[in-house]
Design a protein around this ligand. Structure first.
Ligand code: DLL
Length: 435
């Protein structure tokens, strides 16, 4: 037996997988139609009835869901069961308008944790391992997901949460952590911090890392692998579908296997909504085949990627997704937090500034930086440096409340930000996040 948590399903034949999907989709569409009025209305508008869905191929008949539906239905409109059956919520950062609140029954938590357990075992994990979970705990799904997965595998779990690098290093060394779970940028930062303290990569007991929640390149993978002396594995997921573990990398390190028995993936043309064949680049769409509390059907992730069904050397049969190659909306991921330019604009207007601004994102020493240049109105302009400074600080505080991360604000003289003749360029992202 190879490195599988659930070998039977992870290596099932294509026929077996399709037959599981056929069975689950029929049940799930009925469940959603009966329990989620919001989606029932969308189906009715499209003239689709649950009886029209007889197999997974019929999924094309169903309407899409997108982030704007989540906003319209906030907070309970897409709930698939009584609230009393739910045991947990998680949420993305952001404004009330953009915030995603996802609900879980105990069965949902179990299946999510099993997906994370598959990822840990694929990275070489077993009950002898010490798993340092340095993703954030709380509303963010990273900490809870890998924590639960680590328990399911039977590893000794270190629930560190993110930050406090001194303590991370102390526990990593003293408790001999063997698997590290965090964002790739934090992994790179930990690697640098260890080197600064005089540790060599061979001084730690780490053998693998499970890194995701933000885009990262092959160069970054090599850098992390070298600085920590590990093999680095990618993991993908989103709050709407449960969290990390929707897809994970195996030892082949060439694409992430999607847990197809729980999440059915399609690639569509983001402009037309047309389903594209395997191998073509487009927007990833997920259908949760058996989630109870938040059973999203045909949810548009906005992540652009490619699916591949080529045989994998690891023996897993589940379809693989490439690393996300970008997004079909303007969402940025800064220090792991999802940020939309429109949120920044909302704060500016509320605080009495013009919507003339320029966002600059960069990555310095493996940490994302966010600088926002904001134009002053003529009446707001002051010669006193202390006045400007106080205004900048107050705007930084308002931004932090809205975004969940603190930017650096630079107030600039009226009319100093170049006006564009076409589409305004609001964001300059200097990070190299995609190969
Ligand atoms: O980031 C869940 C997660 C936690 C995944 C820990 C992996 C590890 P959200 O905050 O809802 O959920 O953000 C989801 O993050 O649509 C992608 O754009 C991006 N993303 C997630 N994983 C990856 C990855 C979590 N491995 C959004 N590579 C998604 C690139 C990723 N982008």
């Amino acid at each position: 037996m190879g490195n599988y948590f659930q070998p039977q399903i992870e290596t099932a034949s294509r026929d077996e997988i399709i037959s599981i999907q056929n069975e689950k989709i029929v049940k799930q569409v009925k469940h959603v139609y009966d329990h989620v009025a919001y989606y029932r209305n969308l189906m009715d508008e499209k003239g689709v009835k649950p009886e029209d869905i007889k197999s997974i191929d019929d999924i094309k008949k169903l309407p899409f869901l997108s982030k704007s539906d989540l906003r319209d239905a906030y907070p309970y409109g897409l709930l698939g069961t009584d609230l009393k059956n739910c045991v947990r919520i998680h949420s993305t950062s952001g404004t009330t308008g953009r915030r995603v609140v996802a609900f879980y029954t105990q069965a949902d938590v179990d299946l999510w944790e099993e997906c994370c357990a598959r990822a840990i075992v694929a990275a070489g994990g077993n009950e002898d391992d010490v798993v340092q979970v340095a993703y954030g705990y709380g509303l963010f799904t990273g900490g809870a997901g890998l924590h639960g997965g680590s328990h399911k595998v039977g590893c000794l779990t270190l629930p560190m949460s993110s930050g406090n690098t001194e303590r991370q290093i102390q526990f990593m060394m003293d408790l001999e952590a063997t698997i590290l779970c965090c964002t790739p940028s934090y992994a790179a930062y930990l690697g640098e911090s260890l080197a600064e303290k005089g540790y060599k990569p061979s001084d730690n007991k780490l053998k693998a890392g499970i890194f995701g929640a933000e885009p990262w390149t092959e160069e970054m993978r090599r850098e992390i692998e070298k600085s920590l002396g590990i093999k680095a594995f990618d993991i993908y997921g989103l709050t709407e579908t449960s969290g990390p573990g929707v897809a994970f990398e195996c030892e082949a390190q060439h694409g992430m296997h999607i847990n197809e028995d729980h999440f059915y993936a399609e690639i569509i043309d983001p402009e037309t909504g047309e389903v594209l064949p395997d191998g073509e680049k487009g927007e990833l769409v997920f259908t949760a085949l058996d989630k109870e509390a938040f059973p999203l059907l045909r949810y548009r992730t906005r992540d652009i990627c490619v699916l591949s069904r080529e045989k994998c050397s690891c023996g897993r049969t589940h379809v693989k997704m490439s690393k996300p190659m970008g997004r079909s909306d303007d969402m940025m991921i800064i220090r792991g937090v999802n940020v939309f330019p429109s949120q920044i604009e909302t704060v500016l207007i509320k605080e009495g500034y013009t919507p003339n601004y320029l966002i600059e994102v960069d990555r310095v020493n493996n940490t994302d930086t966010l600088d926002i240049n904001v134009e002053l109105l003529t009446g707001q302009f002051s010669d006193k440096v202390s006045d400007i400074h106080a205004k900048e600080k107050s705007l930084e505080a308002a931004m932090r409340t809205m975004l969940g991360i603190g930017p650096k604000i630079h107030l600039v003289p009226p009319k100093s930000i170049a006006r564009s003749e076409g589409k305004a360029v609001r964001v300059i992202d200097k990070r190299k996040l995609h190969d």
